[in-house]
Structures are given as structure tokens and as C-alpha cells.
Ligand binder design. Structure first.
Ligand SMILES: [Zn+2]
Length: 270
């Protein structure tokens, strides 16, 4: 991967959706212009079912905006991830998808190893077995591709780290033990704090007090991670419903700059 564009922001985690709906090719110019207006020069597309990042790659070729894409994510069949990727039933699927993504020049592999935050402040079902995780990481690393892992809940995070993923995406309910593992293994973290804040403010949240507590703990772990020297990546999760491209990244960077003050860490992807 080329180095980060100087003077531009990098959004380390977004989706090629607008308010939860996939961007159409007719909407790409407007999407690019929005990001450029916010001085964003590089984006990491974290997946869509139809692999839009790979399909739309040509629209970025003569643009000052660098697109890095996983194409589609891999998720465990029958659990969370349908909008973001393709379902994995067995090891054969894993090998087939990673070979296909590599052949289509994906920049990295994105996997989903847990569900998402629920209205009551729990993490829904999702994720792979330890063996499956190891096969994913081995297949990706053999092809020189890093593995970015959507994962929340202490057990799921530790399982992903044991398998050797390169970046933790979201990482809600991060246990301190995992931070030490991340430091050891030079694993980065994209904590998507602003996205969590937006989620909490959304309609129908049944237990706001619990959710506020989750947010508070999450922010504390980000501060500890920065002090430990873990690479914190700024990612907006924009494109998800209620999270706007551009604006959300600036909000995330503002939050991270407060949480990581004094740690001497920058929060750009390498
Ligand atoms: Zn995401």
C-alpha cells in the first residue's frame, strides 16, 4: 500500500452506502466530491455484499481520492453480516472467497467475528470458530493481505487476536488483556467511537443508561490503548444509517484527539 497522502485525512473505516443503502454508480461522483470537500484523500471501504469497492475502482483511478477496498466481507453463514459480505459455511468457502478477492485485487480482507450492538447494550450473534479464523488469517497472509476484523465482546476479540488478525474494527467491550495482546502483536484498533455515540442517540434504544456506560468504558479503553502505544485508526463507519460521510470522520478525529492526548500517537493508518 502507498503511504498516506500528505495533508489529507484518511477515513480508515467506511462503507459505500448512503444511510444504509448501497451507492449506485450514478452516485459515485457526488460521494467523491463530498469526501474531497472534507479534505479526505484516502478511504478504506469495509465491504458491501456486492463488492462495490472493486466494481467502482475505475471511478477512482484519475481522482485525487485513494480507495482501498476489501470488496466484500466474510461472515459466518446464518449470523450478522448479510449487507456487508458473503456467507461462509466451511473452510472451502473461505479459500474460494479469499482466492477470488485476491484475484480481483482487494487491498485487504475484512471479516466479521461478532454481531453488532443491540438496543439493550449487548452484542448480537456472529463470528467464526477458532479453526476457521486461523484458516482465514493463514490464507490472507499467504497472499500478502492483512485481515481487518469487525469484532466486539471480550471473548470474540481474544479469539480473533489469538488467530492473528491485523486490526480490530469497533472492539466494543474491549478487555484490557486484549490490549496487551495487541501491543505484542502490533495489531491496530479502529474504535469507531463517534459511530457508537450516534447509535446510542438513535430511536428505540431500550436501555440508554447501559449504553452510556458502554460508551464511557469504550472511551477509557481507547485512552489506555493509546498510552500502551497501540496504533489507533480513525474510522467513521459512515455510510451506515445515520452516519454521514466526511462529517463523521471529523467528529471521530476530534474525539480521538481528546482521548489520545499526551500519548504521542497519531491515528492514521500506516
Ligand atoms: Zn463498518
Amino acid at each position: 500500500m502507498a503511504s498516506t497522502r500528505k495533508g489529507y485525512h484518511t477515513d480508515g473505516h467506511l462503507h459505500l452506502f448512503i444511510d444504509g443503502a448501497p451507492i449506485r454508480s450514478s452516485g459515485i461522483e457526488e460521494f467523491k466530491n463530498t469526501l474531497l470537500r472534507y479534505n479526505i484523500g484516502e478511504i478504506y471501504d469495509m465491504g458491501s455484499r456486492d463488492g462495490l469497492g472493486l466494481k467502482f475502482r475505475r471511478y477512482f483511478e484519475d481522482s485525487p481520492l485513494i480507495l482501498r477496498s476489501c470488496g466484500y466481507a466474510l461472515y459466518r453463514d446464518g449470523t450478522y453480516g448479510r449487507f456487508l459480505g458473503r456467507p461462509v459455511k466451511d473452510a472451502r468457502d473461505i479459500k474460494e472467497y479469499i482466492k477470488d478477492l485476491c484475484g480481483n485485487k482487494a487491498d485487504f480482507i475484512k471479516i466479521i467475528n461478532s454481531g453488532i450492538m443491540t438496543a439493550s447494550g449487548r452484542i448480537s450473534e456472529g463470528g467464526f470458530s477458532g479453526d476457521e479464523l486461523r484458516i482465514i488469517v493463514d490464507e490472507a497472509h499467504e497472499r500478502g493481505l492483512k485481515v481487518f476484523c469487525h469484532v466486539s465482546s471480550p471473548e470474540r476479540i481474544i479469539e480473533a487476536l489469538n488467530a492473528g488478525v491485523d486490526s480490530v474494527e469497533h472492539g466494543f467491550f474491549m478487555p484490557e488483556e486484549a490490549l496487551h495482546m495487541m501491543r505484542e502483536g502490533a495489531v491496530s484498533w479502529t474504535p469507531t467511537v463517534y459511530a457508537l455515540k450516534c447509535f446510542i442517540k438513535g430511536p428505540g434504544r431500550t436501555d440508554r443508561e447501559v449504553l452510556e456506560g458502554v460508551l464511557k468504558d469504550h472511551m477509557e479503553m481507547v485512552s489506555i490503548a493509546a498510552r500502551l502505544g497501540i496504533e489507533i485508526r480513525a474510522g467513521s463507519d459512515s455510510g451506515a444509517s445515520g452516519i454521514r460521510h466526511g462529517h463523521a470522520l471529523l467528529e471521530e478525529k476530534r474525539i480521538l484527539s481528546v482521548l489520545t492526548t499526551g500519548s504521542g500517537r497519531t491515528f492514521f493508518p500506516r
